[in-house]
Structure formats: C-alpha cells, structure tokens
Design a protein around this ligand. Structure first.
Ligand SMILES: [Mg+2]
Length: 283
C-alpha cells in the first residue's frame, strides 16, 4: 500500500520540477521573469548602490544638503565678477562682464536613473547603449532630491542654467520633456547633448566653451570629475586620483560633486578582478 501511495507523489513532484526548469529556462531566454527577480538581486554587484539611492535616508539627505550648499555658493559667486568655475576662463580672463550661469550634468546629478539600473538587475542585463537610449526615450527619470530647488533658486538669483549631458542628440527631445515634466525650465537650447560626429564629444570641453562664450560660469555641478574638468581619462586609478587631488581648491567651492555609487569613469581606471580590492591595513 505504501509503495502505491508514494508513486503518484513522486510523479507529481517530478512534474513540478520539470515545469520549474522549463520556466527558469524561459526566464533566462527572455531576460524578464519574477523567478529571476527572486533569485538574483542581492547577488548583483549593483544591488547595494541602487537600493542606497532609492531607499536610504542618507542618500536623500546628502544630495539635498549638497544642493543647499551649492545654492549658497551661487549667491556668493553671482555678485563677484572675478569669480568663475571654468578653468579656461580662469586662465584666459575676459569673462568678468559676462552674464552669470551655472552648468549642471544631468544623469545622477539632476536625473535619477536608478530605476533603469533596477530593471537591469531584475532582468539580469548589463548596461548597453540600446537599453540606455530606450530608457532615455521613455522620459521616466525622477529628479535627484534638491536639484529642482537649486535650479529654481539659481534662476531666482538671475543666473542662467545649462544642462550639459553626455546623453546623445537622438534622445534630446525626450530628455527635455522629462525635465519639463519634473518642473525644470528646460529647452532645446539649454540642454546640450553630445554628438562626436559634430565635434561635441563626451569630454564636454567644446560644449562648456560654447556656454563660456557669453557666460561667466559661476558653478559646475556633476557626479563625475569629467563633468568638471579635463584629464580624468587616466587608466590608472592612482594617477586619476592624483589629477583630482590637484583640483582641490575648486572642489567644494566652485565645483560641486554629488554622490553616485552606481557607475562612473572611475570604474575604467580599476585594476581587473580582485586586484581592485584593498584588503591590507594602512601602513
Ligand atoms: Mg552624471
């Protein structure tokens, strides 16, 4: 009797296991499944960064305090005609009578793309230009906490606002619409996207120079050093850090840095694999 009663149970168990395997295989092939969502996220290297941005009080407080401080620096710099945040203007002069402006990066400075990264975790996908541009076209990014208040405050002080981004021309209209929906005063003119074929490369130099032709740049704000200055393409992280350290007089006064734990140019300067990790005590 026992043997007869166990057999059907084993059959059912085997069938359930088979169906589970088929569903898992389908999930891997489509890249989108609740099964994967339950199995993977905590093990994805991006999980901590994305949840910190989306859920922690600390991230929100940090960006809000940074933007409040940034506005206080604008309030000082706007009245000082010798004040500029642009290294070229500092070297060459001739900017004193120009109209004041602030220049902000967009991604992880004004726009919060953590939902894009969250989707990639759940779908077990890496970043790609295709899925990035599709996300930008959606126009669903939220605002980084404090950014809107900063922009409105700067405009209230009579300062022009430019958004200097490495998003590409093909997503410019969608980006402007996204910004408008969030309440930003964005236009096709003050959003400067990149197009290498037209001499507007990702180093931001030429586009910053175009703004500086008619404006005194009071403040630069970004989440990457490349938003603020040239020379951050160093492939050795120690040399890259040295370049940044040499800029300390401008950082925190005329250059404002926001936290971005998710990605950045710093990753390209890391040693491969475990060599990127520091495990010894400081000497
Ligand atoms: Mg950025």
């Amino acid at each position: 009797m026992i043997a007869f009663s166990i057999a059907p149970l084993q059959i059912v168990r085997t069938l359930v296991q088979a169906v589970t395997c088929i569903l898992a295989a389908l999930a891997l092939s489509t890249g989108s499944s609740p099964l994967l969502a339950q199995a993977i996220p905590e093990n994805d290297y991006r999980f901590g960064a994305v949840t910190w941005m989306q859920r922690s009080a600390e991230y929100r407080l940090m960006t809000e305090q940074t933007y409040r401080y940034a506005l206080s620096q604008v309030a000082v710099g706007v009245h000082d005609r010798k004040w500029t945040a642009d290294e070229v203007q500092l070297t060459e002069g001739g900017y004193e009578s120009k109209k004041p402006a602030v220049v902000l990066d967009l991604d992880e400075t004004v726009l919060d793309n953590s939902a894009f990264n969250a989707r990639n975790i759940i779908n077990n996908q890496p970043f790609s230009s295709a899925n990035w541009n599709a996300w930008c076209q959606e126009g669903k990014a939220k605002a980084i906490p404090g950014a809107l208040e900063f922009v409105r405050g700067a405009q209230g002080l009579g300062v022009a606002v430019f958004f200097l981004t490495n998003r590409e021309d093909v997503v410019k209209s969608a980006t402007v619409e996204n910004l408008k929906q969030l309440g930003f005063d964005a236009t096709e003119v003050n959003v400067l996207t990149q197009n290498k074929n037209e001499g507007r490369g990702d180093d931001k130099l030429s586009r910053r120079a175009a703004i500086a032709e008619e404006h005194r740049i009071v403040l630069l704000i970004g989440d990457s050093m490349g938003d603020l200055c040239d020379g951050m393409d160093e492939k050795d992280f120690k040399k890259r850090n040295d370049v940044a350290a040499a800029k300390v007089s401008l950082l925190g006064t005329r250059w404002i840095m926001l936290p971005n734990p998710s990605y950045g140019g710093w990753q390209r300067a890391l040693p491969k694999g475990a060599e990127a990790l520091e495990t010894s005590e400081a000497k």
